[in-house]
Design a binder for this molecule. Structure first.
Ligand code: C2E
Ligand code: SIN
Ligand code: SIN
Ligand code: FE
Length: 489
């Protein structure tokens, strides 16, 4: 019952056919087997079950047989080659086949069945690799576009469950303060049984994975020696298999990733590799977020420290010179308000504020007998007073966080017409914040008591400021300042 019987087959053709391991069938138009050639090593089932004169359906699983018969029927209407891919379980493993149906005269169909399992597996593998690459890409994106650790971890975990084909996964983060592994994120759980997890390093599977820096595999949790004592409600989850990977970034253990499945798993090396890759991504996400949080905290603490320091200096000055008490606060408020009206950005306002608070810090270096003198100053004393912007620069320029705020302390006594000190700068050579500040400073000085004279009235001060427009002050600043002063009253 071999090819010798194939109708119209030449000897050469028969020889060629023998060289290929394909399964050949010749059917009549009802789908009954007229003849076949089978390679026993590939189709053991066929050689046992095939009978000449039987329907092709009798030798195949029902769904495949149904499709075969369908195709044979269709060929009567449309006589063109048709293909069909199907899989059959043979001795526990899945085999893939490609069946081609070729209508031939008179009223017969040649069926060529080829095993394509290897090709199919390669294709699946390629697809899996592509999916995994896409998963890693998605995680990378999530990690780099958010510093919200929980958002990043939930992206990682959803990829873990879909790419590793597992029911649930979670991440426990190591709290460096108390060395406890604490639940951070989870997906696929039915209960909240693990959300309270606070597992000491070295305890339980997770604690061991973190301590030993090793993957822990428990293919059957029922047979596990320790069991999951962590939570009494854990049994309700119905998990069967468990894997735990340490999260390590820059040599430090940051936590663990746990993977759970409710039925047995048969992971291959690829699967383990990918689980560790995903854990690596999770570790990076944790690392990034931690770094950012620490940076944020350090920044916040520094800013607090800076502002406290600045205010401390300025208070020390006010304490010496009782008459200027409140002056610093008032001119700082006026300068900020004026800067806002001039459209100075929020980010820059901090430099206006710090500069204003520190504007007379250089007076720290002026002796009391000059600073607090009640009468007019001698030329020599005046010379010393005029050094206070320079002292400010010497005092502040080594301190990086106030360096961007130095314009006001250094240039607030420059005058628009170039007759000011210390540099004799003119017009726009004088930094904007200093021009802006000078108006507020003189206005407040004039309307306050000084050791050398009593306070002027507001009206007198306004007349003076207007009169000094284009001499002492930038006319533009005068306009804005006077408008601001009259607006608010
Ligand atoms: P301050 O008292 O805070 O004055 C700041 C600025 O406001 C002065 O800068 C000046 O431009 C203006 N200003 C204050 N009071 C008057 C005033 O009565 N008339 C006029 N036309 N402008 C006034 P300036 O002049 O560069 O002075 C810088 C600092 O030198 C003053 O700060 C003050 O600490 C000190 N100072 C100035 N003149 C005297 C003085 O006659 N006696 C004493 N003991 N200190 C003086
Ligand atoms: C584990 O947490 O890793 C299992 C052991 C336990 O929960 O006690
Ligand atoms: C000065 O700087 O000495 C004048 C007064 C002030 O700026 O507050
Ligand atoms: Fe000053």
């Amino acid at each position: 019952m071999l090819l010798d019987n194939l109708p119209n087959a030449s000897t050469q053709l028969n020889a060629i056919l023998k060289a290929f391991p394909d399964f050949l069938l010749i059917l009549d138009e009802r789908g009954f087997v007229l003849d076949y050639k089978a390679d026993d090593s590939i189709f053991p089932f066929a050689s046992k079950q095939f009978r000449l004169g039987q329907s092709i359906a009798s030798a195949f699983p029902p769904d495949v047989a149904g499709k075969f018969q369908q195709i044979v029927q269709d060929l009567k209407q449309t006589p063109a080659i048709q293909s069909f891919e199907y899989s059959v379980k043979l001795q526990q493993t899945e085999h893939w086949f490609d069946a081609k149906f070729i209508p031939v005269e008179p009223a017969q169909v040649i069926v060529v069945i080829r095993e394509i399992t290897r090709h199919k597996l390669a294709e699946e593998r390629t697809q899996r690799q592509l999916n995994r690459l896409a998963a890693l890409r998605a995680i990378d994106l999530a990690i780099s576009s958010t510093l919200d650790i929980h958002l990043a971890l939930s992206v990682v975990l959803s990829q873990v469950t879909s790419q590793l084909n597992v029911d649930a996964a979670d991440i426990l983060l190591l709290n460096p303060q108390n060395n406890l592994l604490e639940f951070a994120n989870g997906v696929g759980f039915r209960t909240e049984s693990l959300q309270q997890t606070r597992l000491p390093l070295g305890e339980g599977y997770a604690g061991m994975a973190a301590l030993r820096r090793q993957v822990i595999s428990v293919p059957n949790l029922q047979r596990g020696k320790t069991g999951f004592l962590r939570s009494p409600k854990f049994a309700e989850e119905g998990f069967h298999s468990y894997y735990c990977v340490p999260l390590i970034a820059k040599g430090h253990v940051r936590g663990v990733m746990e993977v759970f499945h409710r039925t047995p798993l048969t992971p291959d090396l690829d699967w383990f590799d990918f689980m560790e890759t995903l854990a690596g991504q999770a570790a990076i996400a944790v690392e990034n977020a931690t770094l950012f949080r620490e940076l944020q905290r350090t920044n916040f603490e520094l800013t607090l420290a800076y502002n406290t320091t600045i205010e401390g200096w300025s208070r020390a000055l006010d304490l010496r010179d009782r008459d200027t008490e409140g002056h610093t606060r008032r001119v700082t408020e006026m300068a900020l308000k004026l800067a806002r009206r001039l459209g100075v950005s929020e980010a820059e306002l901090v430099n206006v504020q710090r500069g204003a608070i520190l504007h007379d810090i250089g007076k720290m270096a002026i002796p009391d007998n000059i600073l607090l003198k009640s009468g007019p100053l001698s030329a020599e004393e005046w010379n010393i007073i005029r050094q206070h912007p320079r002292y400010a620069r010497e005092l502040l320029s080594p301190i990086s966080f106030v360096r961007p705020a130095l314009d006001i302390p250094m240039y607030h006594h420059e005058k628009w017409d170039g007759t000011g000190y210390p540099g004799g700068l003119k017009e726009n050579q004088i930094p904007l914040y200093a021009r802006l500040f000078a108006v507020a400073d003189v206005y407040d000085a004039l309307t306050s008591n000084r050791p050398y004279r009593p306070a002027w009235t507001k009206e007198q001060a306004i007349v003076y400021i207007r009169e000094q427009s284009g001499k002492h002050f930038d006319p533009d600043m005068v306009n804005h300042f006077l408008k601001m002063i009259t607006d608010t009253d």
